[in-house]
Ligand binder design. Structure first.
Ligand SMILES: [Zn+2]
Length: 292
Protein backbone atom coordinates (compact mmCIF):
# COMPACT_ATOMS: atom_id res chain seq x y z
CA UNK A 1 0.00 0.00 0.00
CA UNK A 2 2.73 2.47 1.04
CA UNK A 3 4.62 1.49 -2.12
CA UNK A 4 1.98 3.07 -4.27
CA UNK A 5 0.34 5.69 -2.08
CA UNK A 6 1.86 8.53 -4.13
CA UNK A 7 0.52 6.91 -7.31
CA UNK A 8 -3.02 6.51 -5.99
CA UNK A 9 -3.16 9.98 -4.49
CA UNK A 10 -1.81 11.49 -7.71
CA UNK A 11 -4.16 9.81 -10.17
CA UNK A 12 -7.28 9.85 -7.99
CA UNK A 13 -7.03 13.21 -6.28
CA UNK A 14 -4.32 15.65 -7.37
CA UNK A 15 -4.50 15.10 -11.13
CA UNK A 16 -8.21 15.99 -11.43
CA UNK A 17 -7.52 19.01 -9.22
CA UNK A 18 -4.63 20.17 -11.42
CA UNK A 19 -6.71 19.60 -14.55
CA UNK A 20 -9.50 21.80 -13.19
CA UNK A 21 -6.99 24.50 -12.29
CA UNK A 22 -5.48 24.37 -15.79
CA UNK A 23 -8.91 24.90 -17.29
CA UNK A 24 -9.01 28.24 -15.48
CA UNK A 25 -5.64 29.42 -16.81
CA UNK A 26 -2.67 29.80 -14.47
CA UNK A 27 1.08 30.17 -14.81
CA UNK A 28 3.12 28.32 -17.36
CA UNK A 29 4.40 24.96 -16.10
CA UNK A 30 6.46 22.66 -18.30
CA UNK A 31 6.88 18.95 -17.60
CA UNK A 32 10.56 18.00 -17.91
CA UNK A 33 10.63 14.21 -17.88
CA UNK A 34 13.56 12.51 -16.16
CA UNK A 35 14.49 9.08 -17.48
CA UNK A 36 17.55 6.96 -16.76
CA UNK A 37 17.53 3.69 -18.65
CA UNK A 38 15.25 2.31 -21.35
CA UNK A 39 15.67 -1.42 -20.98
CA UNK A 40 13.94 -4.62 -19.98
CA UNK A 41 16.57 -5.48 -17.37
CA UNK A 42 15.56 -6.43 -13.82
CA UNK A 43 14.92 -3.45 -11.57
CA UNK A 44 17.05 -2.36 -8.62
CA UNK A 45 15.68 -3.17 -5.17
CA UNK A 46 14.24 0.10 -3.98
CA UNK A 47 10.95 1.96 -3.71
CA UNK A 48 9.49 2.18 -7.24
CA UNK A 49 10.11 5.93 -7.16
CA UNK A 50 13.84 5.16 -7.50
CA UNK A 51 13.55 2.58 -10.26
CA UNK A 52 15.93 3.20 -13.15
CA UNK A 53 14.36 1.30 -16.02
CA UNK A 54 11.54 2.08 -18.37
CA UNK A 55 10.82 -0.96 -20.51
CA UNK A 56 10.98 -0.36 -24.25
CA UNK A 57 7.26 -1.16 -24.56
CA UNK A 58 6.31 1.33 -21.89
CA UNK A 59 8.64 4.02 -23.23
CA UNK A 60 7.17 3.59 -26.70
CA UNK A 61 3.65 3.88 -25.27
CA UNK A 62 4.58 7.04 -23.35
CA UNK A 63 6.06 8.66 -26.46
CA UNK A 64 3.00 7.67 -28.47
CA UNK A 65 0.84 9.25 -25.77
CA UNK A 66 2.71 12.55 -26.18
CA UNK A 67 2.26 12.36 -29.94
CA UNK A 68 -1.42 11.40 -29.85
CA UNK A 69 -2.22 14.14 -27.36
CA UNK A 70 -0.51 16.91 -29.32
CA UNK A 71 2.31 17.51 -26.88
CA UNK A 72 5.02 19.63 -28.42
CA UNK A 73 8.31 18.04 -27.40
CA UNK A 74 10.79 20.88 -27.17
CA UNK A 75 14.47 21.17 -26.27
CA UNK A 76 15.49 22.18 -22.76
CA UNK A 77 16.87 25.44 -24.25
CA UNK A 78 13.46 26.25 -25.71
CA UNK A 79 11.71 25.46 -22.42
CA UNK A 80 14.05 27.83 -20.58
CA UNK A 81 13.23 30.54 -23.11
CA UNK A 82 9.50 30.05 -22.53
CA UNK A 83 9.91 30.09 -18.74
CA UNK A 84 12.01 33.26 -18.86
CA UNK A 85 9.44 35.06 -20.95
CA UNK A 86 7.31 36.26 -18.06
CA UNK A 87 4.50 37.28 -20.40
CA UNK A 88 3.92 33.62 -21.12
CA UNK A 89 0.78 32.12 -19.73
CA UNK A 90 -0.24 28.53 -19.82
CA UNK A 91 -1.96 27.69 -23.06
CA UNK A 92 -3.75 24.39 -22.87
CA UNK A 93 -3.83 24.10 -26.64
CA UNK A 94 -0.04 24.03 -26.84
CA UNK A 95 1.13 21.68 -24.11
CA UNK A 96 4.90 21.32 -24.04
CA UNK A 97 7.15 18.58 -22.72
CA UNK A 98 10.91 18.14 -22.43
CA UNK A 99 12.62 14.73 -22.38
CA UNK A 100 15.84 14.22 -20.42
CA UNK A 101 18.03 11.24 -19.57
CA UNK A 102 20.52 11.11 -16.69
CA UNK A 103 23.65 8.93 -16.48
CA UNK A 104 24.42 8.43 -20.22
CA UNK A 105 23.59 4.71 -20.36
CA UNK A 106 24.29 2.91 -23.62
CA UNK A 107 20.68 1.76 -23.92
CA UNK A 108 19.82 5.34 -24.83
CA UNK A 109 21.60 4.71 -28.13
CA UNK A 110 20.27 1.18 -28.57
CA UNK A 111 16.68 1.45 -27.33
CA UNK A 112 15.51 4.98 -26.54
CA UNK A 113 16.84 6.89 -29.53
CA UNK A 114 15.19 4.70 -32.22
CA UNK A 115 11.82 5.30 -30.50
CA UNK A 116 12.42 9.04 -30.15
CA UNK A 117 13.43 9.26 -33.82
CA UNK A 118 10.34 7.40 -34.89
CA UNK A 119 8.23 10.11 -33.24
CA UNK A 120 10.47 12.99 -34.33
CA UNK A 121 11.28 13.88 -30.70
CA UNK A 122 14.48 15.38 -29.32
CA UNK A 123 16.01 14.84 -25.87
CA UNK A 124 18.88 15.94 -23.65
CA UNK A 125 21.27 13.36 -22.22
CA UNK A 126 23.35 14.24 -19.16
CA UNK A 127 26.77 12.61 -19.12
CA UNK A 128 28.95 11.67 -16.13
CA UNK A 129 32.00 12.13 -18.33
CA UNK A 130 34.50 9.79 -16.70
CA UNK A 131 32.11 6.87 -17.22
CA UNK A 132 31.96 7.71 -20.93
CA UNK A 133 35.75 7.79 -21.16
CA UNK A 134 36.52 4.75 -19.00
CA UNK A 135 34.38 1.79 -19.98
CA UNK A 136 35.51 -0.36 -17.10
CA UNK A 137 33.47 1.92 -14.83
CA UNK A 138 29.85 0.86 -14.52
CA UNK A 139 26.87 2.32 -12.72
CA UNK A 140 24.30 -0.20 -11.43
CA UNK A 141 25.99 -2.77 -13.68
CA UNK A 142 25.03 -0.89 -16.84
CA UNK A 143 27.19 0.05 -19.82
CA UNK A 144 27.64 3.66 -20.86
CA UNK A 145 27.65 5.42 -24.21
CA UNK A 146 30.98 5.79 -26.02
CA UNK A 147 32.20 9.18 -27.26
CA UNK A 148 31.64 7.96 -30.84
CA UNK A 149 28.00 7.25 -30.04
CA UNK A 150 27.68 10.64 -28.35
CA UNK A 151 29.03 12.34 -31.49
CA UNK A 152 26.65 10.37 -33.71
CA UNK A 153 23.63 11.20 -31.54
CA UNK A 154 24.63 14.85 -31.45
CA UNK A 155 24.68 14.87 -35.26
CA UNK A 156 21.14 13.48 -35.15
CA UNK A 157 19.82 16.32 -32.98
CA UNK A 158 20.27 15.01 -29.43
CA UNK A 159 21.57 17.57 -26.89
CA UNK A 160 24.16 16.80 -24.24
CA UNK A 161 24.72 18.31 -20.83
CA UNK A 162 27.00 17.63 -17.90
CA UNK A 163 26.14 15.24 -15.08
CA UNK A 164 29.52 15.97 -13.43
CA UNK A 165 32.77 14.07 -14.02
CA UNK A 166 32.48 11.20 -11.51
CA UNK A 167 28.83 11.26 -10.49
CA UNK A 168 29.57 12.10 -6.86
CA UNK A 169 27.10 13.69 -4.46
CA UNK A 170 28.63 17.17 -4.79
CA UNK A 171 27.54 18.39 -1.37
CA UNK A 172 29.95 15.91 0.22
CA UNK A 173 32.99 17.30 -1.62
CA UNK A 174 35.31 20.15 -0.76
CA UNK A 175 35.08 23.24 -2.95
CA UNK A 176 38.10 22.39 -5.14
CA UNK A 177 36.76 18.94 -5.98
CA UNK A 178 33.29 20.37 -6.55
CA UNK A 179 34.71 22.91 -9.01
CA UNK A 180 36.61 20.20 -10.83
CA UNK A 181 33.50 18.01 -11.20
CA UNK A 182 31.58 20.91 -12.72
CA UNK A 183 34.30 22.50 -14.88
CA UNK A 184 36.11 19.45 -16.20
CA UNK A 185 33.00 17.59 -17.36
CA UNK A 186 31.91 20.59 -19.44
CA UNK A 187 35.33 20.95 -21.05
CA UNK A 188 35.45 17.27 -22.01
CA UNK A 189 31.99 17.26 -23.64
CA UNK A 190 32.79 20.45 -25.54
CA UNK A 191 36.03 18.97 -26.82
CA UNK A 192 34.11 15.93 -28.10
CA UNK A 193 31.14 17.64 -29.77
CA UNK A 194 32.82 20.93 -30.69
CA UNK A 195 29.98 23.10 -29.37
CA UNK A 196 29.33 24.95 -26.09
CA UNK A 197 27.57 22.95 -23.36
CA UNK A 198 24.81 24.95 -21.70
CA UNK A 199 23.14 22.54 -19.32
CA UNK A 200 23.90 20.74 -16.07
CA UNK A 201 22.11 18.04 -14.12
CA UNK A 202 22.87 17.68 -10.38
CA UNK A 203 23.35 14.00 -9.46
CA UNK A 204 21.35 12.44 -6.61
CA UNK A 205 19.09 14.36 -4.23
CA UNK A 206 19.56 18.09 -4.69
CA UNK A 207 20.36 19.86 -1.36
CA UNK A 208 17.87 22.67 -1.92
CA UNK A 209 17.49 23.17 1.85
CA UNK A 210 21.10 24.43 1.97
CA UNK A 211 20.91 27.99 0.68
CA UNK A 212 24.59 28.69 1.03
CA UNK A 213 25.53 25.68 -1.07
CA UNK A 214 22.82 26.41 -3.62
CA UNK A 215 24.12 29.92 -4.17
CA UNK A 216 27.73 28.69 -4.32
CA UNK A 217 26.74 26.13 -6.96
CA UNK A 218 24.86 28.79 -8.92
CA UNK A 219 27.94 31.05 -8.94
CA UNK A 220 30.25 28.20 -9.94
CA UNK A 221 27.97 26.97 -12.75
CA UNK A 222 27.68 30.52 -14.07
CA UNK A 223 31.45 31.08 -13.90
CA UNK A 224 32.04 27.80 -15.78
CA UNK A 225 29.76 28.93 -18.62
CA UNK A 226 26.61 26.92 -17.98
CA UNK A 227 23.31 28.67 -18.68
CA UNK A 228 20.65 26.44 -17.09
CA UNK A 229 20.14 23.08 -15.47
CA UNK A 230 17.85 20.50 -13.93
CA UNK A 231 17.60 18.64 -10.64
CA UNK A 232 15.68 15.87 -8.91
CA UNK A 233 13.31 18.41 -7.31
CA UNK A 234 9.88 16.96 -8.09
CA UNK A 235 7.26 18.67 -10.22
CA UNK A 236 6.78 20.56 -13.46
CA UNK A 237 9.25 23.37 -14.11
CA UNK A 238 7.99 26.90 -13.55
CA UNK A 239 9.33 30.45 -13.82
CA UNK A 240 9.83 30.45 -10.02
CA UNK A 241 12.39 27.64 -10.15
CA UNK A 242 16.10 28.47 -9.80
CA UNK A 243 17.37 28.36 -13.38
CA UNK A 244 20.11 25.77 -12.69
CA UNK A 245 17.86 23.48 -10.66
CA UNK A 246 14.60 23.23 -12.56
CA UNK A 247 12.12 20.68 -11.30
CA UNK A 248 11.59 17.41 -13.18
CA UNK A 249 9.17 14.50 -13.22
CA UNK A 250 10.78 11.11 -12.63
CA UNK A 251 9.48 8.46 -15.04
CA UNK A 252 10.09 4.71 -15.14
CA UNK A 253 8.33 1.40 -15.81
CA UNK A 254 5.80 2.15 -13.07
CA UNK A 255 4.29 4.92 -15.17
CA UNK A 256 1.29 3.43 -16.91
CA UNK A 257 -0.49 5.95 -19.11
CA UNK A 258 -2.86 7.11 -16.35
CA UNK A 259 0.04 7.93 -14.00
CA UNK A 260 2.10 9.38 -16.88
CA UNK A 261 -0.75 11.64 -17.90
CA UNK A 262 -1.37 12.73 -14.30
CA UNK A 263 2.29 13.76 -13.96
CA UNK A 264 2.25 15.71 -17.23
CA UNK A 265 -0.85 17.60 -16.14
CA UNK A 266 0.53 18.65 -12.76
CA UNK A 267 -0.94 15.88 -10.62
CA UNK A 268 2.49 15.03 -9.14
CA UNK A 269 3.53 18.59 -8.26
CA UNK A 270 2.20 18.25 -4.72
CA UNK A 271 5.06 15.88 -3.84
CA UNK A 272 7.66 18.66 -3.89
CA UNK A 273 6.33 20.06 -0.63
CA UNK A 274 6.96 16.71 1.12
CA UNK A 275 10.33 16.33 -0.58
CA UNK A 276 11.51 19.73 0.67
CA UNK A 277 10.14 19.28 4.22
CA UNK A 278 11.82 15.90 4.59
CA UNK A 279 15.15 17.35 3.39
CA UNK A 280 14.91 20.16 5.95
CA UNK A 281 14.05 17.69 8.71
CA UNK A 282 16.91 15.39 7.77
CA UNK A 283 19.37 18.32 7.67
CA UNK A 284 18.23 19.40 11.15
CA UNK A 285 18.66 15.90 12.56
CA UNK A 286 22.09 15.64 10.97
CA UNK A 287 23.07 19.01 12.42
CA UNK A 288 21.89 17.93 15.88
CA UNK A 289 23.94 14.75 15.60
CA UNK A 290 27.16 16.52 14.64
CA UNK A 291 26.77 19.03 17.47
CA UNK A 292 26.27 16.39 20.16
ZN1 LIG B 1 22.70 10.31 -12.10
Amino acid sequence: MFQSFDKHLTTAFFAPLARRRADHGGDLAIPILMYHSVSNEPEIEAHPYFWLNTTTGRFDAQMRFLKDNDYKVISLAHAVELLRDTGNKRNKHAAHAVITFDDGFRDFYLSAFPILRKHGFTATVFLPTDYITDHTRKMDGKEHLSWDEVAELYEQGISFGSHTTNHFQLKNLNRDDMNFEIRHSRQIIESKIGKPVDSFSYPFAFPEENEELTSYLTDTLTACGYRYGVSTRIGRASAQDPIFFLKRLPVNSRDDLAFFRAKLEGGYDWLHWFQLKSKILRAKLQHGKTRN
